[in-house]
Design a binder for this molecule. Structure first.
Ligand SMILES: [Mg+2]
Length: 382
């Protein structure tokens, strides 16, 4: 069987882009995610997801076109590596790498569909059939934090991450603690709780001493990891923080390319590494990072949570990695909950079943998608 790539198209999502909690806040009409479709001469279509402004994705596809047109669609890792190797002088690790991620995810989807197998099996084998999604929520004032956790507890989630917003930014440690206390009380002792400072935000005001003090506070609320506690290039301070903190230290969502992860893993800067499959180079790259982490005794938890397709890729990777019991799940985003034919449903213990249908195992719904992009049709028709 030989399938050739005939076109790759992008559909930027906008209209209900969720807040990011950043100082320059994302507006609903902004595009920060785009879906990708890879079309083939055999009629099989693969879907991928990219974390970047849709205009940049469209430009990247034009630049990459001579490299992917006519390529073998059933060889994701080789084709993706070709795209990386031939564009190093155009800003490797940036938007081009993000766009290549979407192509790679779509190629794995095509491989799975053509062989009638879920991607997880093609990645080497299935370690689990369900995984616990942790519900990511923006930090709010304590009372609103309580209500928002209560709402998602009611929907069946048993793991929560709260982050960004006033945490660390209001320069009020008492408020930080009051928010975390409210979250722990609302989540109850039976739920896992994680805290994300979101220090990749512009002009993050704190350094190592703040992170050490805050980590000590989080320990009292049984917080299971402290994420992005330091600005994302501060590797030396991350090493010191990880060594001193009882609460495990997480990070890595802004890194791209496997090579960038090596010093973070080999220097033991993190307890949990969170590469984003829609940025790092796709599933081919993410699985290499995840296995590298495994070799260094660092836990891998995916960060592809922003669209249903990114989440689907994370689910397949979670199936294929021995130590990955969690995936990130954004609370209440229409780009996750509102674009597939069947919704993601939690079981009684708050777990998500990992799809075992061919490919990524999720079906996008053209009519639902049309609410969030004026290019929904190109995802389904050549
Ligand atoms: Mg984060």
């Amino acid at each position: 069987m030989s399938l050739k790539i005939t076109s790759v198209v992008a559909a930027p999502l906008r209209g209900e882009s969720p807040k990011g909690g950043w100082s320059a806040e994302i507006r609903p009409a902004d595009s920060v995610h785009a879906l990708i479709a890879v079309h083939t001469d055999g009629g099989i279509i693969g879907h991928g997801s990219v974390f970047t402004d849709g205009r940049l994705v469209e430009a990247a596809l034009k630049v990459l076109e001579p490299l992917f047109l006519g390529e073998k669609a059933l060889e994701p890792q080789r084709v993706t590596e070709k795209l990386h190797q031939n564009t190093f002088w155009m800003g490797r690790g940036g938007t081009l790498t993000h766009a290549i991620s979407g192509i790679d995810i779509a190629l794995w989807d095509i491989l799975g569909k053509s062989l009638g197998q879920p991607v997880g099996r093609l990645l080497g084998g299935i370690y689990r059939r369900r995984v616990q999604p942790y519900c990511s929520l923006l930090m709010e004032e304590p009372q609103r934090m309580r209500e928002s956790i209560g709402e998602f507890l009611g929907r069946g989630f048993r793991a929560f991450k709260i982050g960004w917003g006033p945490f660390g930014r209001a320069l009020d440690p008492k408020l930080d603690e009051a928010i975390v206390r409210a979250a722990r009380e609302a989540a109850g002792p039976g739920s896992q709780l994680f805290v994300d400072a979101g220090a990749s935000d512009a002009y993050w005001p704190h350094g190592l001493k703040w992170a050490l003090r805050t980590a000590a506070m989080l320990k009292d609320y049984d917080v299971a990891w402290f994420e992005e506690a330091l600005s994302p290039d501060a590797i030396d301070d991350f090493c010191k923080l990880r060594e001193a903190s009882i609460v495990p230290i997480a990070g890595g969502e802004v890194l791209t390319r496997r090579q960038a992860f090596l010093p973070w893993l080999s220097r033991r800067a993190l307890d949990i590494v969170q590469p984003d499959v829609t940025k790092v180079g796709g599933i081919s790259e993410q699985r290499r990072i995840a296995w590298l982490a495994e070799e260094f005794g660092v836990k891998y938890v995916g960060h592809g949570w922003n669209t249903a397709v990114g989440l689907a890729a994370d689910l397949q990777l979670a199936a294929a990695m021995p130590q990955t019991e969690l995936v990130e799940f954004i609370g209440g985003s229409p780009y996750v909950d509102g674009i597939t034919a069947e919704p993601f449903l939690l079981d009684k213990e708050g777990y998500l079943a990992i799809p075992d249908a061919p490919g990524l195992g999720v079906r996008l719904d053209p009519d639902k998608l049309a609410r969030y992009t004026d290019r929904a049709d190109v995802l389904f028709k050549s």
